[in-house]
Design a binder for this molecule. Structure first.
Ligand code: SF4
Length: 119
């Protein structure tokens, strides 16, 4: 006698204490919405002037879609700023352009027509 089995100890834990177990805390963290700093980061990425297509015609927007232009290249060594068709930004401007369509282009963008600069 005098020895308490583990089963009898676990039965003595109140349900409220079980809810505070590490597993329950992890589940709570997973469901927490994005933190303010993450939201600000996403918002700043979306507010790039190079993504603003105001004033660009629907025809030109369609051209960039057909070329599968994306504002962030999926291929680290292939991006607009090292493409032969890239038009570098004018002085004091953040966005470049492309010879294939009108409108702003991010240096870190990419499309299906990427071609390396050959000097
Ligand atoms: Fe960028 Fe494509 Fe234009 Fe090259 S052709 S500058 S990869 S959009």
């Amino acid at each position: 006698m005098g020895c308490t089995s583990l089963k009898s100890i676990s039965n003595d834990i109140p349900e409220s204490a079980a809810a505070d177990s590490p597993k329950a805390v992890q589940d709570t963290v997973k469901l927490t919405p994005a933190q303010p700093s993450q939201q600000a980061q996403v918002a700043s990425q979306q507010k790039s002037p190079c993504d603003d297509l105001t004033g660009v015609s629907a025809e030109e927007i369609e051209k960039r879609k057909k070329l599968a232009y994306v504002s962030k290249t999926p291929i680290p060594d292939s991006h607009c700023s090292n493409c032969t068709l890239y038009i570098p930004p004018a002085k004091d401007k953040p966005c470049g352009g492309c010879m294939l369509f009108k409108g702003p282009v991010r240096p870190e963008g990419y499309c299906a027509y990427w071609a390396p600069i050959t000097n």
